[in-house]
Design a protein around this ligand. Structure first.
Ligand SMILES: [Zn+2]
Ligand SMILES: [Zn+2]
Length: 119
């Protein structure tokens, strides 16, 4: 079922589909990662691409829950960052393509808000 976006703010960034799929830096057109369509409730991310451009994404939905801060680490399964509780794959960041990033992502099934960064 299609979800209804509430906020969608992309800066210097392109998404392959409405609220998921490959993420591209708009300056150099490199893909910087992949956002799973149906498993997240909210994404907030800032990054600096290797080309020097900085970009950001903010996405959430009409039916997004508020979520709860969680200090557990996301687990990496086949380069996907996954929720450690239910193992839902949430997002892939291609570490080699970005100089740094900061992300906050809410898992839809358990409502945990995870943070991860590379400085
Ligand atoms: Zn770039
Ligand atoms: Zn979860």
């Amino acid at each position: 079922m299609a979800r209804v976006l509430k906020n969608k703010e992309l800066v210097n960034t392109r998404l392959a589909a409405n609220y998921g799929g490959w993420m591209y830096c708009e300056q150099c057109n490199e893909n910087i990662g992949y956002l799973c369509y149906s498993t997240y409730d909210r994404l907030e991310m800032q990054y600096q691409c290797n080309c020097g451009s900085t970009g950001s994404l903010l996405l959430d939905f009409d039916d997004s829950k508020i979520g709860e801060d969680c200090h557990d680490e996301l687990v990496i399964v086949k380069n996907r960052l996954c929720c450690p509780k239910d193992h839902d794959p949430l997002i892939t960041i291609l570490d080699k393509k970005v100089a740094k990033y900061e992300l906050k992502i809410t898992c839809k099934s358990c409502g945990s808000i995870y943070q991860k960064d590379k400085q």
